[in-house]
Design a protein around this ligand. Sequence first.
Ligand SMILES: *[C@@H]1O[C@H](CO)[C@@H](O)[C@H](O)[C@H]1NC(C)=O
Ligand SMILES: CC(=O)N[C@H]1CO[C@H](CO)[C@@H](O)[C@@H]1O
Ligand SMILES: [Zn+2]
Length: 550
Amino acid sequence: MMIRTILFIGILLTFVSLIPRVTGMTINKDQIVNSKQLSNVRYASEIYIDDVMKHLDELQNIATASNGNRAAKTIGFNQTLDYITNYLSSNTNFKITQTFFNLRNFQLLRNPTFSSTIDGIVKTYTYSTTLSLADFYHVQYSTSANINNNVLLTAIPNLGCSDADWLAARPSPTGIVALVKRGDCSFEEKAILATKYNVATLLIYNDGTTSGNMQPIYINLGQNNRVPALFLSYNVGQSLAIAANDPSKVTTVRLTIVTDNALNPVGNICADTLTGDPTQTIIIGSHSDSVTAGPGINDNGSGTATNLALAATLSRLLQTSDYVPYKYRIRFCWWGAEELGLLGANFHVSEAKKSTVVGERINDYLVNINLDMLGSPNFIFGIYNGATAPTNTPAAAKPGSNKMTTLFKDWFIAKNFPWDYTKFDGRSDYGPFLAAGICAGGLFSGADGLKTVEQRNRYDAMLGAGLGGTSGIRQDKCYHLSCDRTTNINKFALDKMVQATADAIESIGQQPDLESWLYPTREIQELSKQTPQPKFAYNSINEYFGLPYN
Ligand SMILES: *[C@@H]1O[C@H](CO)[C@@H](O)[C@H](O)[C@H]1NC(C)=O
Ligand SMILES: CC(=O)N[C@H]1CO[C@H](CO)[C@@H](O)[C@@H]1O
Ligand SMILES: [Zn+2]
C-alpha cells in the first residue's frame, strides 16, 4: 500500500527527530505511541466550544428561516448541507464528497376505500384515523392501487412467512389481492413475499390473540416497499379469510389507495483527511437533519456542529509541521434523513458493501464514532455501552465496540467527571455500521430519559453543587420539540463531550495497529461474518420506530 508506506516513513522520521530528547531505545511500534506524550496531545485543547456554538447559531438561523425546522426534504435541510459544505471548503483542506440518495416522500393523498363482495353481498369498511373505530388503516410507504372491479381475494395459508405458504395459496396470489394474518415474521418480510408473488394488493390483518390485537394498527413497510397495502382489523380479516377459504363462495374486493411516493434527493456529506491510509478509515458521523417538529439544535445540531469543529481543527493540526499525522484516514460525515430511519447512514453502508473502490469498501472502515445529542440541558455524560450491542451484531464488531466504551470511560474517569452508560441499541447512525461488522462508539447526553436522584447527586458531588442538574425531569425537555433551540443547549456539558471526542479520535489515531486493537481475532471473526447479515441494524423498520415488529 503506497500511502501506508509513505505515511509510515513520515511517522518514523518525525519520531527519529525526537530521539535525542527521548531515550535512544530501538524504535518500535510502542514508541510511536509514546511520542504522543511528547507532542501529540493537542486536539482537545485546540478545539473551542465557542466554535461549536457559532455553528449552532448558524443552524438555528437556518431553521428560523425555514418554518422552524431543518428536516430532510425542506429548504432548511438543503441550507444545512450548503452551510456544512461551504464551511468545510473554506476551513479545511479535506476532500469533500456529497452523495445523493432518493428519499420517498410518502403522503396519503386521500382516505383509502375498501369493500368486499361475498356471493354478491357487498360490505363497505370504515377507514378512520381513530384506530378503535377503524375497520382498516393505511400503511406507511404503501404504493397506490385502484381496484374498482371486483378482484378475487386469496387467503395465504399459515402466516405468509415462507415461499411455501405463498405457493400453496388457492387461488394463486399473483395478480389478485392477498390476505395475510399478522405474526411470526416481520411485516416487511410478508411484504417482500407479496411483491415477489406480484399481488395486486397486500392485506395484513390483526391476529386477535389479545383484546389489544383486535383493531388495525399503524405499521411502516419502509422506503423500499413496492407493494400497495392496507392493515385490517382482526374481525374483518378473519371473516374475509373464512370466506376466501370456502370454495363454495366467490370472495372479491375493491379498494383504492392514493399516495404520493415522489422521490426527493437527499444528501450525505463526507470530508476526508488527505493523509492516512484509506483502507484503514476512522469515520466520525453525525446527522444533518432535524425532525419536522423543531429546529433540532441539540438533536442533532450539537452532533453536526461538533463534527464541523472537529474537522476544521484536525485539518489545521495536520497542516502544522510538528503534529504527527495519523496512520489512518479520518472521514467526517454528515448523514441525511436520520430521523426518518437512519436512511443516510444506511445508504452509505449499503453502497460501501457493494463498492470495489479502494477506500470506499465496507472493510476499509475500522470504527465509527457517532456524535449524537451532546448538549442536553439536563445532561448525562452518556457513553454507548458496547456490551449492550443488539443481539444481531456480528461478532467482529463487538470487541472493538467494548474498547471504544472503555476509551471514553477512561477519559471521564481521568478528568474526575461523572459518566453513565447509555444504550447501544443501533437506533442511531452507527447502527448500519455495527450491523455490517464495523465496531462503533460514541457519546450521548440524553433525550427523554429522566435524570435519577442518584445521578443528580453524583453529578453534583463530582462537578460542583448546582451542576448536577435536576432529578425527576427529562434529560432533554425539548427533545423533538420546537423549543430545541440554541437556548436549549447546556454549553458546559457540550464542551466536555467535545473534548472527550477529540481526545478519543487523537488516541485511536495514534494507535500503532488500530486494526489489531479493535479486531483482536479478526481472522476467526471473519468466519462469523459469513453468516447472513441483518438487512438493517434492527430487525425491522417498525422496531426502529418503536412500533410492533410483527
Ligand atoms: C434540495 O436539493 C435537492 C438537490 O439539489 C433539490 O432537488 C431539491 O429540490 C431541494 N429541495 C428544496 C426544498 O429546495
Ligand atoms: C441521532 C440522534 O439524534 N441522535 C439522536 C439524534 O437523533 C435521533 C433522534 O434523536 C435519536 O434517536 C438519536 O438518539
Ligand atoms: Zn431526533
